[in-house]
Design a protein around this ligand. Structure first.
Ligand code: URA
Length: 272
């Protein structure tokens, strides 16, 4: 069996961008987990992207596989992209290169010039080298990132169909472990996503998989969580790291320990 993989940012303008990424002088270590390194993207960097998704910041699974939106949020986002008709011609970037540390780190630094300018460099590169048909922002910080780029000289000329939707793990963040609140928040999020789908789906002229829009119900069905494709991952990533199973956790007795440790557990059923 021949495996497919994503070679990463191997061509300009992206090679120069990843070669010149901002470090702790721009991303303060009290607000970002800079020790786990920057994580740049997922999806096509070869000029074939037509859907751009802007996420927020990488979590623990992303720190392991070095691609964004591959964990719980990623599987929900992959399902949303698939309902829009995209299963390959997409590109995802985050608002922040590094994982946000603490409740307020993202809001506190959303206007920092070094962070904004570097991300604007990516957005300009993406629009220069792709025919982007539609843009989705996951959460308010991603929306802010999009609006900031649209105000630049490069961004002003671009107004593709756009939706700002609820971030895929907002229900978990907002419900504080209460299962009833979690279910209500998921239902509210899926209604929000359905509104975005209804607005954007008719405007997409070149989907990868044409077909009628199938909206979400009140809760996620198993088919709504779509596996991350092998062609999005660096070479040699095991299949279970692309599955919706939770295989990476930040663990430790103290906040400092938790910051230093990611525990990877091979899911049940993988080892025979
Ligand atoms: N992982 C990401 O890479 N981005 C998000 O917004 C959430 C999880």
């Amino acid at each position: 069996m021949t495996h497919v993989f994503d070679p990463g940012p191997v061509g300009e303008p992206f090679t120069a961008l990843v070669g010149d990424y901002p470090g702790p002088d721009v991303y303060p270590p009290d607000s970002f987990r800079v020790e786990w390194g920057p994580i740049f993207h997922r999806g096509r960097l070869d000029g074939s992207a037509r859907l751009l998704v802007i996420g927020q910041d990488p979590a623990q699974s992303e720190a392991v596989v070095r691609r964004i939106l591959v964990g719980a949020a990623g599987h929900r986002a992959q399902g949303l992209m698939s309902k829009l008709g995209f299963d390959r011609s997409y590109l995802l970037i985050n608002t922040f290169l590094y994982s946000v540390y603490g409740q307020t780190g993202g809001d506190k630094h959303k206007d920092d010039a070094g962070i904004v300018d570097y991300r604007n460099g990516w957005l300009t590169a993406i629009f220069t080298s792709n025919q982007i048909e539609v843009v989705l922002a996951l959460g308010s910080l991603a929306d802010d990132a999009w609006q900031k780029w649209r105000q630049t000289a490069d961004g002003k000329g671009h107004s593709p169909p756009y939706a700002h939707v609820t971030h895929p793990t907002e229900p978990e963040s907002s419900s504080g472990g209460d299962p009833t609140k979690l279910q209500q928040a998921i239902t509210a999020m899926l209604q929000n996503w359905n509104q975005a789908l209804a607005a954007l789906h008719p405007l997409i002229t070149q989907p990868d998989t044409p077909g009628p829009l199938v909206p979400y119900g009140d809760s996620f069905q198993p088919s709504d969580l779509v596996e991350i494709p092998e062609f999005d991952m660096p070479a040699g990533i095991p299949d279970w790291m692309r599955s919706p199973q939770a295989w990476a956790q930040r663990e430790g007795a103290t906040a400092a320990d938790k910051r230093r440790n990611i525990t990877i557990t091979v899911p049940d059923g993988v080892i025979s």
